[in-house]
Design a protein around this ligand. Structure first.
Ligand code: ADP
Ligand code: MG
Length: 729
């Protein structure tokens, strides 16, 4: 019966690593080969057009039609030389992943033939027939029109035979239907607000960039084994499977030697990523077996988001050429760690100042403290919203489990920075003298270099940790679009900085000096945002109780967490920063609830099907064999030993029968519960029903399936087991 399982396991075991040829020994020779970078713009455009384009990129000015035509012509020439025949507006709808519709570079020539064509109009704006992308009702079907518009701040690139043009996706009524449009607005808002605050310290600052460095975690599974697991194929995670006897207990996988097949995949992926201008840098094994990480060097946030989206699709593609499937789901396997995507975030100026990094002088450190404390305030005020920004049906399995960050947002600062803030808060004495000077930040342990302190003073359980010159938002899910978290964080920071500036200015108007005014506001903020600071163990039970006392958001239900987007203070924040309107927020929440419902619904159907047509038939067949055996023993003899033997078998029969009956009964109940939930019209209520009623049923049914897996004859079991899925050789 389970021949297929044995065949795929055997094949996976003997698959050899693929040979990967490196294009050149020096990555700088192939880095960005497929990107229309500035250097290529300069080569393929006239000087005047090049300058206008750079200006548009830097100052967000609009390109006029004639310039756009020339840019398009240059781009097409460059792309054609790389073999591109098609182009696409590449955008990020509210689903996971990206969307693209490919058109050839040809048009009717008006004389019955075809000619090559790619005008500025086609580059700058398009109208994808996008009525089937989620919009939360913003575009109802008779107004099913949205348009995609080029975002010149992210360069175009070539994948296979297609020129990809990063775009925003907007409804004709003006609302955003994607992640990029609000991200660009949030980045603009934080830029503007931060520049103003920077002027207290350096009047020459013109621009503040938000930076993002992501660390992408993922699992690899052999393709044959994957194909034999319908749950992995259809839902991205295993809905059943007993833990292997050995998983991550020995911690022998983390930073261990990378298996040869995986190393070949990584090498290939990195080359392809570098060719697309993605500055990938770090690779290593992660904690769980078959789990790995790839990190890139931080970049301007909008570009980093695009690069991460591009990388995820590249990973899926490259994995297949190596006989793997990549799992980006946050929790593909029960009992081993899930995957996240740490978002390292900071702000920096066009003058080269890193705003989250301590400096050497008193002034620099006041600037440092200003940005740190304002970040803490923003995170404190919007901790519920930030949690909502990283929440999804799949990430919900990871958060709050005993490994990833808990489902409560708090911030870890480390001993030194905490001490500095405590002293600032307590003392009216001139703290800045202590802060200033070369050894300011490591006053108490001067013999340890700063870098080392940053690397050792860490807390892995914190969802939002300060790590030396940046904050690391660790609660982001591995499958997520980073933009969701970055929109909320940058917008909240923009609002916070604006308010800070208003307060400092008010004090200065009353005659207070600039530094004194800043310090006064900062001191008050340190007191207010204290509840967000937590350096202890985020997994402990005491922390949950403590967080409730502190008034932090402790909601754990995914659909209820989405409500935070519609909380009055969130609406005020998003509207006042110009990032999103109330109606956009409402529409997006409809999409979130609907997506949540659909995900649980699909899982529930898949589990039901597998239970009925894989698990129960195998269990019954095994049971039949045992019954046969008991029957035969009884027929031959009725001596004592034989009776004992058959009663042992009888016990197993009863056990199998018990689990089977439970599964059958509860699959029926689950189907009924789905029918009930589906009657609910209201998206939120439906999602709540799926969360409260149906999701727990999946777990209960799984429990009995996993028990059966342990009892039933291994040779009969059809689905590859964890011990087979999780150990690539
Ligand atoms: P770790 O696993 O110890 O957190 P990694 O080296 O894997 O560290 O990843 C750190 C990430 O943080 C990289 O993407 C790196 O480029 C990024 N990073 C470093 N400095 C900054 C900064 N100032 N702002 C934003 N990201 C940063
Ligand atoms: Mg990290």
């Amino acid at each position: 019966m389970s021949e297929l399982r044995f065949r795929v396991v055997e094949k996976a075991f003997h698959t050899k690593p693929k040979e990967v040829s490196v294009p050149s020994r020096r990555p700088e020779e192939y880095f960005g080969k497929y990107v229309f970078s500035r250097e290529k713009m300069f080569r393929y455009l006239s000087r005047a057009v090049y300058e206008k384009l750079v200006d548009a990129m830097e100052h967000e000015t609009v390109l006029d039609r004639a310039v756009a035509d020339e840019v398009a012509a240059g781009m097409r020439r460059w792309a054609s030389e790389l073999g591109a025949t098609h182009y696409t507006h590449w955008f990020q709808p509210l689903t996971e992943g990206t969307a693209e519709k490919h058109d050839a570079f040809v048009e009717h020539d008006g004389k019955g033939g075809m000619m090559e064509e790619f005008s500025g109009k086609l580059l700058v704006q398009q109208e994808p027939d996008a009525s089937s992308f989620p919009s939360g009702g913003i575009r109802n079907t008779f107004e099913a029109r949205g348009y995609s518009a080029w975002d010149p701040s992210s360069p175009v690139f070539v994948v296979d035979d297609t020129l990809c043009i990063p775009t925003v996706f907007i409804a004709y009524t003006g609302e955003s239907l994607d992640y990029k449009a609000p991200l660009l607005r949030a980045l603009r808002a934080v830029d503007k607000a931060a520049v103003e605050v920077c002027h207290y310290f350096d009047p020459s600052v013109r621009r503040v960039h938000s930076y993002l460095g992501w660390e992408q975690e993922y699992f690899l599974v052999d393709e044959g084994l994957y194909a034999a697991r319908p749950d992995l194929m259809l839902t991205g995670r295993t809905l059943m499977g007993h833990e292997a006897s050995k998983n991550q207990q020995l911690e022998d996988h983390y930073f261990g030697a990378i298996p040869a097949r995986v190393a070949a995949f990584m090498k290939d992926l990195e080359i392809r990523a570098l060719e697309l201008g993605i500055p990938v840098k770090t690779r290593h094994n992660e904690v769980a077996p078959n789990q790995f990480e790839l990190a890139s060097v931080f970049e301007e946030c909008n570009l980093a988001v695009d690069h991460n989206m591009l990388l995820m699709s590249l990973m899926r593609k490259v994995a297949r050429t190596h006989g793997f499937r990549v799992l980006l789901h946050e929790k593909p396997f029960k009992g081993v760690n899930g995957s996240g995507k740490h978002n390292n975030w900071s702000l920096g100026t066009d003058t080269g100042m890193m705003l989250m990094a301590p400096g050497k002088t008193t002034g620099e450190n006041l600037r440092f403290i200003t940005f740190i404390v304002n970040t803490l305030m923003a995170v404190y005020r919007h901790n519920g919203l930030l949690k909502a920004s990283i929440m999804s049906a799949s990430n919900a399995h990871r958060l709050g489990a005993n490994e990833a960050p808990p489902a409560i947002i708090s911030s870890f600062l480390g001993v030194q920075l905490s001490r500095v803030l405590d002293r600032l808060e307590d003392s009216s004495e001139e703290i800045l003298t202590a802060l200033g000077g070369k050894h300011g930040m490591h006053l108490d342990i001067p013999q340890i270099p700063e870098l080392l302190i940053d690397n050792t003073d860490r807390n892995r359980t914190s969802p939002f940790a300060f790590t030396g010159n940046r904050f690391e938002f660790r609660a982001v899910g591995s499958e997520a679009n980073c933009a969701s978290a970055m929109i909320a964080l940058n917008a909240a920071m923009a609002e916070q900085l604006k308010e800070f500036k208003a307060e400092v200015d008010a004090l200065m108007k009353k005659g207070e000096g600039c530094e004194a005014a800043i310090l006064q506001v900062i001191r008050r903020y340190i007191k207010i945002c204290k509840p967000i600071r937590f350096d202890g163990n985020g997994y402990s039970g005491e922390w949950k109780a403590e967080a409730v006392r502190r008034g932090l958001d402790c909601e754990t239900s995914c659909p209820a967490i989405f409500d935070r987007y519609l909380a009055p203070q969130s609406i005020v924040m998003f509207e006042s920063t110009g990032v999103m309107t109330k109606s956009e927020l409402e529409a997006r929440n409809e999409v979130k609830w609907e997506t949540y419902t659909k995900k649980v619904q699909i899982e529930s159907r898949v589990l039901g099907d597998l239970a009925m047509n894989h698990i129960i038939p195998v269990a019954i067949e095994y049971q039949g064999r045992l019954i046969d055996n008991v029957y035969k023993i009884k027929r031959i003899t009725d001596d004592e030993e034989a009776t004992a033997l058959s009663s042992e078998n009888w016990a197993i029969i009863k056990e199998v029968a018990g689990h089977t009956a439970y599964i059958k009964k509860h699959v029926d109940e689950m189907i009924e519960a789905r029918k009930q939930a589906n009657k609910t019209e209201d998206m939120r209520m439906k999602a709540v029903a799926y969360h409260d009623v149906i999701a727990p049923m999946l777990e209960r049914i799984r429990y009995h399936i996993d028990k059966l897996e342990l009892i039933v004859d291994d040779r009969m079991w059809t689905l590859p087991k964890y011990r087979e899925l999780l150990f690539i050789r």
